[in-house]
Write a protein that binds this ligand. Structure first.
Ligand code: GTP
Ligand code: MG
Length: 462
């Protein structure tokens, strides 16, 4: 890929719309658009206009007017890419857009590759790599929480954390290197206590970032919530009520759901992924028992488990499949008891078996859609994270997570090196490795492979 070319692309989505934007970037961007643009105001030449100005006029193919357009020009380095750039806002006809692209190409501009505008922004130091990745996340964000994470990352929140860590590491390495300089004399300049303290702080910081990935990833892809319970308690009915559509089959035959069914819903700015499962019971039916095995796998993959019971059965204490069993198998989940079918009883003030004592519970009627809001409130509250107040950096990108994991491994080696008293140059080497992996996150260290992988997933025009 040649970074000196001038590139063009349609930056807006195809389909019925009022306006589309054709984007041009590179040394010749403004000059080339000048060749196909005639300003409504006579004798106006784009290249002579100030940066960040907009001009009304016509795109012409020789004497034929292709469209009436608004052209915005940005002079380097004051643009998204850091290069000369033009945005042509035209009418959103597919024909017009193609004509404009063709005219640009005829004048020596080449079609952009996916993400090439953002890649140039990165190359020209307009943003670091994690900020560039956040641009893609921002475009893909579909709820308040993922939007907030992406926005924070794009504005440099995460980069600041990484730079902060790098600074601490440089501090550390300078202490170590002082010793290396005087290694002949066998002196210890760096106070081991201070080094220990510093490396512990770095370790804590890195693992805190790494630990946020579980939440960040869940926010991006939907927080998985498994709905489990005995057959016929109303799990599929609840799924349908949450989705507001008849997605899952509901019947009074036990074992209706044999495979898992899932879908996402936005609630208070979070995306939840609800998973309806096959009812838990001991069965000899092969297909149903495969379904139950799958249910347990879904529990394993969930963050939140809704254990559903039927208010009539619970009072009979008639549970064939023990919640206890599941909770001890998967102890690190958030469990919520959902007592369903309250419309079937006169009085829902019943005492529950002791197993439910320490678990949040909610009484609902899935069929009549009673108290569904109470359930969704419980779900949001159980996230233990207030997206509007919490400004902590949250990692949502697997590439960052893996780099942090490698960095953390190297930090552990530093820690054990310090405690066993190995020579300082080994410690320095491990510290450099930490710096390397952190540098990969922000792109201080990057390879064509890393860049290629990141930008190929962007859309063309961004
Ligand atoms: N009265 C009443 N009936 C309900 C309620 N929720 C579900 N039902 C009924 O209970 C029966 C079973 O509902 P499903 O949603 O299929 O139950 P399930 O838990 O998915 O059952 P399996 O897929 O067999 O495990 C159906 O006849 C539903 O109409 C409720 O809140 N009140
Ligand atoms: Mg079902």
């Amino acid at each position: 890929m040649n970074n000196n070319d001038t590139i063009c692309a349609i930056a807006t989505a195809q389909g019925k719309a009022a306006i589309a934007v054709v984007r041009v970037s590179g040394e010749n961007a403004i000059m080339t658009v000048d060749k196909i643009f005639t300003a409504a105001k006579k004798n106006k030449i784009l290249s002579r206009q100030a940066t960040a100005t907009t001009h009304f006029g016509y795109i012409k193919d020789n004497d034929v007017i292709v469209d009436e357009v608004l052209v915005s020009i940005y002079k380097k380095p004051h643009s998204y890419t850091g290069e000369n750039s033009v945005e042509i806002s035209c009418h959103a006809s597919y024909y017009i857009q193609q004509q404009i692209l063709q005219l640009l190409i005829n004048n020596g501009v080449r079609p952009a590759m996916p993400g090439e505008f953002t890649q140039r922004a990165f190359m020209n130091g307009k943003m670091d790599l994690s900020q560039a990745e956040a641009v893609a996340d921002l475009i893909a964000s579909s709820n308040m929480a993922s939007h907030k994470i992406a926005m924070n990352q794009m504005r440099g929140g995460f980069s600041n954390e990484i730079n902060d860590l790098r600074e601490q590491l440089l501090n550390f390495i300078s202490l170590i290197e002082l010793e290396l300089d005087f290694s002949e004399e066998d002196v210890e300049f760096a106070d081991r206590k201070e080094l220990n303290h510093l490396v512990n702080r770095i370790d804590e910081h890195i693992s805190q970032l790494g630990n946020s990935f579980k939440l960040g990833n869940a926010i991006k892809n939907g927080i998985p919530v498994a709905i489990i319970g005995k057959p016929n308690v109303g799990k599929s009915t609840l799924l349908n009520a949450l989705l507001n559509e008849e997605k899952a089959i509901v019947s009074d035959i036990e074992g209706t759901t044999r495979d898992t069914i899932e879908d996402v819903v936005n609630i208070s700015g979070f995306t939840f992924r609800f998973i309806d499962t096959a009812g838990l019971r001991h069965t000899t039916d092969t297909i149903e028992s495969i379904g139950i095995e799958r249910t347990l796998q879904k529990v394993e993959k969930s963050d939140i488990v809704l254990y559903m019971t039927d208010i009539e059965n619970i009072s009979k204490n008639n549970m064939q499949y023990n919640l206890h069993e599941i909770m001890s198998k998967y102890p690190n989940k958030k469990y919520i008891t959902v007592v369903n079918k309250i419309d079937n009883v006169e009085d829902d003030n019943i005492s529950l078996p002791s197993i439910f004592e320490n678990i949040d519970k909610v009484f609902i009627s899935a069929k009549k859609k009673h108290n569904i809001n109470e359930l969704t409130d419980l779900l949001v509250n159980s996230l233990d994270y207030n997206i509007t107040e919490n400004d902590n950096v949250i990692i949502s990108n697997i590439r960052h997570y893996e780099a942090l994991k490698h960095a953390s491994d190297a930090v552990q080696r530093v820690k054990s090196g310090l405690s066993t008293g190995i020579s300082s140059d080994f410690i320095a080497q491990d510290i450099r490795e930490v710096l390397h992996y952190l540098g990969e996150i922000t792109g201080k260290i990057s390879t064509d492979d890393i860049l290629g992988n990141i930008f190929k997933n962007f859309c063309i025009g961004k």
